[in-house]
Design a protein around this ligand. Structure first.
Ligand SMILES: Cc1ncc(COP(=O)(O)O)c(C=O)c1O
Length: 393
């Protein structure tokens, strides 16, 4: 179907494709090589971290991060997670042997409720794996101070919030490890792709190895590699599988596209933030939730949340958006409340959904629609007028 307002428009510009096709014509090394390295370097500079590891998706970034965390700290236990996030955050926790402890979200930033996080921290807590959902900052001083005091690690999923900031500092630089996704729908895209970022050299080394079948030859510390080769005399030096890894590498074409997209990321983020404010100004705040905490926000998809808990109104809104060809997704980030998904059932004790009021609200009455850089003010007004025409009674 051709949408009047699609979720994403023009995330690949002509020059991305031109660069990629020129690269294809000229080069014969297409698997991970110097452009991947350069993209990692430029991304680290842009974000403000020491190390970045380019992988084939944000989900892989989630998985490898928690695997590396478990290998470094050898500390199975609980990891606190939001109920509104992507499935891969939760699966990364479960499949690496940790117990996910869920908390509710705030409607103002769609991120974890700090008081609930604090109330669930105990001697078994190993980390808090926050998701900065839909471009909102999820951090605050109370949380950061508490984690520091209790020596609990923070891991950040920034897959939906490239360029968002807390106190002027980019998200993804606060945690021990952070993750980004470059899937088509996000702030920038490498077709598929993800990034693991850290200032911890050990995490960096482990992730490099894990990304490439667990092979020792991937380590950047060549002295250490020699030592391992010596220790494993009966193994072929090029095939020492040091850790239990998969192939989660990305490739040169994606890196070439990523490098080009990174050049316009800041400019596009500014445009999207302006769009977000303009949407909020023009939407009927009696009908839709508009009271978001916009400080440091870097939006890529507009969160549209009905205030009233009404299934009749929700059905009318969906009918209206379909009729007006406004593409939408229900449940905001990740399809809504993870606690309601079939995959999680075997991993949970009894859960009282009444304690997850806000995520339940966005699960049933929250949506996102497109917010792309070249969206005009006229079009935003048209979209808001359409949405404001929702019949209330
Ligand atoms: C918060 C969050 N984390 C992780 C991911 C996974 O990223 P990918 O689709 O690149 O695997 C997504 C997905 O889009 C996401 O929204």
């Amino acid at each position: 179907m051709k949408f009047f307002h699609p979720l994403m428009h023009n995330n690949f510009e002509k020059n991305d494709l031109l660069l990629a096709s020129n690269f294809l014509k000229k080069n014969n090394i297409l698997t991970q090589s110097k452009n991947v390295k350069l993209f990692e370097k430029k991304w680290s500079e842009w974000l403000g971290v020491k190390y970045s590891i380019f992988v084939n998706s944000g989900s892989s970034a989630n998985f490898l991060s928690i695997l590396a965390f478990s290998m470094l700290y050898k500390n199975k236990g609980e990891i606190i997670v939001p109920s509104l996030t992507w499935i891969s955050d939760i699966v990364a926790v479960i499949k690496n042997g940790y117990k996910p402890i869920f908390v509710d979200i705030n409607l103002s930033n769609l991120s974890m409720n700090t008081d609930q996080v604090i109330s669930k921290i105990n001697k078994n807590t190993r980390a808090v794996f926050i998701t900065h959902a839909q471009g909102f900052n999820g951090l605050n001083q109370k949380l950061l101070n508490f984690l520091k005091k209790k020596k609990i690690k923070l891991i950040e999923d920034v897959c939906e919030s490239h360029g968002a900031k807390y106190k002027g500092r980019k998200l993804g630089t606060f945690g021990e490890i952070s993750n980004f996704s470059f899937y088509y729908a996000h702030h920038m895209s490498t077709i598929e792709g993800g990034m693991i970022c850290t200032n911890n050299k050990k995490i960096y080394e482990i992730c490099r190895i894990l990304r490439s079948h667990g092979m020792a030859r991937e380590m950047s510390d060549k002295k250490e590699e020699k030592r391992i080769i010596k220790k494993n005399k009966l193994l072929s030096p090029r095939f020492i599988f040091l850790y239990p890894g998969f192939n989660m590498r990305n490739n040169e074409i994606s890196a070439v596209i990523g490098l080009n997209q990174l050049r316009r990321l800041n400019k596009n983020n500014i445009k999207r933030s302006k769009n977000l404010s303009f949407f909020l100004k023009n939407l009927n705040s009696d009908v839709y939730f508009t009271d978001f905490d916009l400080k440091g926000n870097s939006n890529y998809a507009f969160p549209l949340i009905l205030k009233k808990k009404s299934f009749i109104l929700r059905n009318r809104l969906e009918y209206l958006m379909k009729a007006k060809k406004i593409e939408f997704r229900r449940g905001n980030a990740g399809g809504g409340n993870q606690l309601r998904q079939p995959y999680i059932k075997n991993y949970l004790n009894k859960i009282n959904l009444k304690k997850f009021r806000n995520v339940e609200h966005v699960h049933h009455f929250g949506y996102y629609i497109g917010n792309y850089p070249n969206l005009s003010k006229d079009k935003i007004i048209k979209i808001c007028n359409m949405l404001n025409s929702l019949q209330l009674k």
